[in-house]
Structures are given as C-alpha cells and as structure tokens.
Design a protein around this ligand. Structure first.
Ligand SMILES: CC(C)(COP(=O)(O)OP(=O)(O)OC[C@H]1O[C@@H](n2cnc3c(N)ncnc32)[C@H](O)[C@@H]1OP(=O)(O)O)[C@@H](O)C(=O)NCCC(=O)NCCS
Length: 135
C-alpha cells in the first residue's frame, strides 16, 4: 500500500467556514480578508467555493490553508495568494501546495501569466513564492 499523503489539495467547500474562522484568529491573518465571525467566514468560504482557482490545503479532510488565484479571465492572468493555519505552518506544506497550484494554473488551468506580491517583512511568503517559481 502506498503511504497516506501528508496533505491533499481539494476545492474549498462552504462547510469549511469554521476552519477558516479558526485560522483567522491568528493576528497575521488580518490582511487575508474578512472572516471575523461565523457569518463573514461563511461568506468567505462560499466565495472561494465558487472560485475554480481556489484550493484548500487539507489534512485528514480538514482545511488548514488556502492557495488560490483571483483570475482575470480576459487576460488569462491570475493574482496568486496563500495562507496556512498557524498549527500547520513550518512543515513545508504551503511551499509544496503553491508549487503544485502554480504549475497547474499555467498548464491545465489555462492561464498565461501569474502575479504575486509579498511584504518585505514577510520572508516566509517570499520563500513560498520562490518555491512556486516566481522570481
Ligand atoms: C506565509 C505563510 C503562508 C507561510 O506558511 P508555512 O506553511 O509556514 O510555509 P512553509 O512551511 O511552506 O515554509 C516556507 C519557507 O518559509 C520559511 N518560514 C516559515 N515561517 C517563517 C518565519 N516566520 N520566518 C522566516 N521564515 C519562515 C520556512 O522555513 C520555509 O523556508 P525554506 O524555503 O528555506 O524551506 C504563513 O506564515 C501564513 O499563512 N501567514 C499569514 C498569511 C500570509 O502572510 N500570507 C502570505 C501573504 S503574501
């Protein structure tokens, strides 16, 4: 039997809202959108569930992070972003997921250009960008 994967990427689901709300209790999540209570987290989850370029990073089926693109379909352009719940950081999971999603976006996903920005005081985000092929 092959070993169980450490993590699995799947579409975000509306019922991921509680996991999203939990992740947003971390202070450094404040710039990642609005998920401050169950209502706003439900809206956040529903919007992502409707985005075919948004992937949930999961372990044991539970959403631990998101790697996603906001897509300008007319220009086949995607703005790339990601976050991971503090309990699952520093395991290389986000790096791995970002590389997988960027490769997919530029192949089967049909995009021709990906863009990303990270704050200079967020070196982890820069490491992930490099691992995903951004220069
Ligand atoms: C940025 C974030 C996604 C990193 O997630 P992570 O799961 O810890 O990242 P990984 O484990 O895949 O590690 C990526 C790299 O960053 C490094 N790293 C992780 N946390 C770090 C930290 N606090 N300081 C410095 N380096 C760090 C890792 O050692 C690894 O380095 P390597 O390339 O040399 O191996 C996570 O901290 C997060 O969700 N932050 C809040 C949201 C955010 O800032 N998103 C990015 C917006 S642009």
């Amino acid at each position: 039997m092959p070993p169980e994967p450490l993590a699995v990427l799947r579409r975000v689901r509306p019922n991921d809202s509680e996991a999203i709300l939990q992740a947003f209790t971390a202070p450094d999540m404040s710039r990642q959108g609005d998920a401050q209570d169950l209502g706003t987290a439900a809206t956040y989850a529903r919007r992502l569930s409707e985005n075919p370029f948004a992937f949930g990073l999961t372990t044991d089926g539970t959403l631990r992070g998101v790697v996603a693109l906001n897509v300008d379909h007319g220009n086949r352009l995607g703005w790339f972003w990601y976050w991971t719940h503090p309990s699952h950081r520093r395991r290389g999971l986000t790096k791995c997921a970002a590389g997988t999603v960027s490769n997919w976006a530029l192949s089967a996903g049909g995009l021709e250009r990906l863009e990303l920005g990270h704050r200079a005081n967020n070196p982890a985000s820069g490491r992930i960008a490099l691992a995903a092929g951004f220069i």
